[in-house]
Ligand binder design. Sequence first.
Ligand SMILES: Nc1nc2c(ncn2[C@@H]2O[C@H](COP(=O)(O)OP(=O)(O)OP(=O)(O)O)[C@@H](O)[C@H]2O)c(=O)[nH]1
Ligand SMILES: [Mg+2]
Length: 402
Amino acid sequence: MLEHKKHEYEYAVLVGIITQEQTVQMVSDYMDELEFLTLTAGAKVLKRYTQKLETPHPKTFIGSGKIEEVEAYVKANDVSTVIFDDELTPAQQANIEELLKCKILDRTGLILDIFAQRAQTSYARTQVELAQYQYLLPRLKGLWTHLERQKGGIGMRGPGETEIETDRRIVRDKITLLKKKLATIDRQMATQRGNRGSLIRVALVGYTNVGKSTLMNVLSKSDVFAENKLFATLDTTVRKVVVGNLPFLLSDTVGFIRKLPTQLVESFKSTLDEVHEADLLLHVVDIAHPQFEAHINSVNELLAELKVQDKPILMVFNKIDAYKAEDFDETDLMIERGSAHYSLEEWKETWMAKTQGDAVFVSAIEKQHMDTFRNRLYQKVRELHITRFPYNHFLYPEIEVE
Ligand SMILES: Nc1nc2c(ncn2[C@@H]2O[C@H](COP(=O)(O)OP(=O)(O)OP(=O)(O)O)[C@@H](O)[C@H]2O)c(=O)[nH]1
Ligand SMILES: [Mg+2]
């Protein structure tokens, strides 16, 4: 045990596969994200392994030669956790654990772990717990054999089916209980939302770590927890914001991510009710992230899953202060000029055309173009407001604010 106290962090190794449709660059970006997730969970990544494979190996996810390589490295370097960039089947997880004799996590397990660490309120905790039990249920058998192996020795022969069944029943009962608890909180929250009256509701949505909470703080001058870690926000915060003389409600909510575990989407549906009930969505994008277009697609897929893709959307491209186009060397005939080489101006043209003007480019940190953003927001909210209350159109003239 003392051994592991030598270093401050847990050491982890990452494993991923590269399928035919994926480029090496794509997988490298995915692994960057997995590394960031690992760091957020509190472990340090020592090494990454990737292998070209059409589909994951049914028994060990990667091939047997590769897994031996990982095994040797894990033994030699005091690695405590190996993390796979995909969901492992319960059988794969058990097999790999048997071979590597350390903690095996998959992407879903890792994200669930971060959510569990981050959950502050009893509502968020209940939602995460529900997702965790749902993830656990099909994996119970593997866990049993694991426990059994750890204890080992006399009197610890394999558990009978009855014990596994008992365990499953306990977990199922727990799931039922948690669902009931959530339903009760949901009813209370629905009542609270109902009491908010006639104000237009605007919701910040977007990939994790794009700056939603920072924008919320700038717009509402409030103090919402913002941090350079994934999933800083799990609970929904709602603030009344006034732009010009027009008040509306602004909500900040949990960030999205590629391959968000289905169990989490399911149990966070109620947190995302705020998105459901919004009149306008602000889709925030971190334009300085090399994969920002892929992020936009992931978010759009989730919005479609939540059936809110047809709501009015204003695209907010944030972090323009940190945007840097890749250098383009005109003399290098091997490289064609592509979107990676776009200047901010070119991105603006592209997205203004794509969204018929519903795009702004800002820096929340450097407060760049926040006035343009406020004006667009005023116009959008005003439109929605006077559609709902035509009489009020005297109150809110078509003006430039600030
Ligand atoms: N360079 C730069 N960094 C920014 C900007 N806006 C936010 N950030 C940083 O980006 C990180 C994430 O910001 P948050 O506001 O926590 O992002 P979020 O979208 O709320 O993240 P989650 O709640 O984790 O989904 C923080 O370190 C911010 O300081 C910006 O305009 N420019
Ligand atoms: Mg946040």
